[in-house]
Design a protein around this ligand. Sequence first.
Ligand SMILES: NC(=O)c1ccc[n+]([C@@H]2O[C@H](COP(=O)([O-])OP(=O)(O)OC[C@H]3O[C@@H](n4cnc5c(N)ncnc54)[C@H](O)[C@@H]3O)[C@@H](O)[C@H]2O)c1
Ligand SMILES: O=C(O)C(=O)C[C@@H](O)[C@H](O)[C@H](O)COP(=O)(O)O
Ligand SMILES: [Zn+2]
Length: 352
Amino acid sequence: MEKQKVIISENLESALDGAIAECGYDRLFVLVDETTERLCLPLVAGMECMNGVRKITIGAGDTAKTLDTLAHVWTELGRMGATRHSLMVNLGGGMVTDLGGFAASTFKRGISYINIPTTLLSMVDASVGGKTGINFGGLKNEIGVFNNARSVILDTQFLRTMDSRNMCSGYAEMQKHGLIDNEKMWTELMNFDISGKPDLTVLQRMVAESVAVKQRIVTEDPTERGLRKALNLGHTAGHAFESLAMRRGKPVLHGYAVAWGLVCELYLSTVKEGFPTDRMRQTVAFINEHYGKMSITCDDYTELIELMTHDKKNVAGVINFTLLGGIGDIRIDRTATEKEMHEAFDFYREGA
Ligand SMILES: NC(=O)c1ccc[n+]([C@@H]2O[C@H](COP(=O)([O-])OP(=O)(O)OC[C@H]3O[C@@H](n4cnc5c(N)ncnc54)[C@H](O)[C@@H]3O)[C@@H](O)[C@H]2O)c1
Ligand SMILES: O=C(O)C(=O)C[C@@H](O)[C@H](O)[C@H](O)COP(=O)(O)O
Ligand SMILES: [Zn+2]
């Protein structure tokens, strides 16, 4: 896979100018969703390096992460004369960077792309590491490829317009990074005030530390053969919650589903891998306070488990979880019995 540069920007214009110049291109495209077109594009549109850029706009949110939207992007690229030597800048959250990365990776067998993440979630997680794709058949990220953006430019000034729910959503992936990496990061995350108006200067440093966790892991294991499965903590159950919510026609934000998945998978970590009970209870209390709960009953367990049978970490029909023996003590390829999964969902519904 092509190497990826992650730039923590101090000056967005010079960072973008440098990243674009390194790629070389004949035609330049920018992909935005309806919200980032309004709130984020004005921050880059006047830059000299964006002269002559052709804009493609898609709908906002995960309900737009579809084959239809992907086809629209391919169509627009073709209509506006993109060639194998064209370059696309994805300006948006994880939906835009995932779908845009996949569109770029497949158009004429692949054109270069740059990610400028504009949400907390995409800054710490989605924009880095080359997982691109779309949802398909009611399943999360069912179709996609691994292919790195040439550069990722992180600039927290975009966060000024973010609402509190989307901030919390991104914060869940930061908590995941704390849990898989180190106690100090986890403790700081548990004590930082993300609701209301978070301190963006402190958050900027935390973003840099959080994305460094992701970067280190994806550099060591770009295509998820082993260690990268750590980044999927909370996602076996989390994606099942997210898909179930989509099926019910009441989509939830990805980070909320991950937070609920963390509750289930920390429970399994405690009973099966000896994860410390106090750390598990503290994390669960934080999640209950900030993320609430998606309403499920025991009648939903079969459907949730069926959804988990589609997880990409599974082998030969066996559901694989990433669990923890402690903070930073990663245990990949762990299984659970149906009874244990039911207990984990019971704990999610009733435990604290
Ligand atoms: N590829 C990966 O490694 C990876 C990692 C984590 C998540 N993901 C994927 O990322 C997606 C979630 O990412 P997300 O939370 O960024 O979702 P998103 O892209 O849908 O953005 C959330 C909302 O915020 C809006 N928005 C974007 N930037 C804004 C800004 N600066 N100010 C105000 N509003 C803004 C968007 O228009 C959207 O409505 C999911 O599809 C998930 O599966 C991928
Ligand atoms: O980068 C990774 O690897 C991750 O698993 C990060 C996750 O936060 C992200 O949601 C990812 O898109 C999930 O991938 P999937 O392979 O489970 O679809
Ligand atoms: Zn995720």
